[in-house]
Design a protein around this ligand. Structure first.
Ligand code: INI
Length: 164
């Protein structure tokens, strides 16, 4: 039996891209900070000159999939992280944005075979979003941890060759 698990000890070998939505940036900036803090503490170079980390900003969560697709097709990264905050308003717009964003990110991940972390908060209120972006805990930190786990896991799967 082979048990395969993502490790956090080889994180410094990973190339990572983060795509972050500007809409509700009070929340998404905090998610990004938490994310970068976790990556840095696991040995990722998060400085301006880093060659293993790139960050792209998009207008809103709806635009996350297309930029994730571009990053994924570049072949440069081991794992992507998408960050957004969709907060329910009085119209059905919320449902459209959440549905297209989540389906789009899942489709890019399946089509390209690259793990993409779904770091999009979907909440009823700004208060709920802020609680998840640092007031209580910062899910940005968790999203980064999940990225490290998936980057490592997929790397191990890639090195498993079928026996002949
Ligand atoms: N984008 C978000 O990231 N969060 C939201 O809460 C949101 N709301 O509520 O409208 C939102 N809308 C913008 C959308 O993502 C696109 O940027 C826009 O429709 C242009 O394509």
């Amino acid at each position: 039996m082979t048990t395969i698990e993502g490790r956090f000890t080889d994180a410094s070998n990973l190339n990572i891209a983060i795509v972050v939505a500007r809409f509700n940036d009070l929340v998404t900036n905090k998610l990004l900070s938490g994310c970068l803090d976790c990556l840095e503490r696991h040995g990722i170079d998060t400085t301006e000159t880093s060659s293993q980390l790139d960050v792209a900003w998009v207008p809103g969560s709806y635009e996350l999939p297309i930029v994730a697709q571009s990053f994924a097709r570049s072949g440069k990264y081991n794992v992507l992280i998408t960050l957004g905050a969709v907060i329910r308003g009085d119209t059905p717009h919320f449902d459209v944005v959440v549905s297209e964003t989540s389906k789009g990110i899942a489709a890019v991940s399946r089509d390209t075979g690259l793990p993409i972390i779904f770091g999009v908060l979907t909440t009823d209120t700004m208060q709920q979003a802020l609680e998840r972006a640092g007031i209580k805990s910062n899910l940005g930190w968790s999203f980064a941890l999940q990225a490290l786990e998936m980057g490592s896991l997929m790397g191990q799967l890639g090195s498993i060759k079928p026996s002949t």
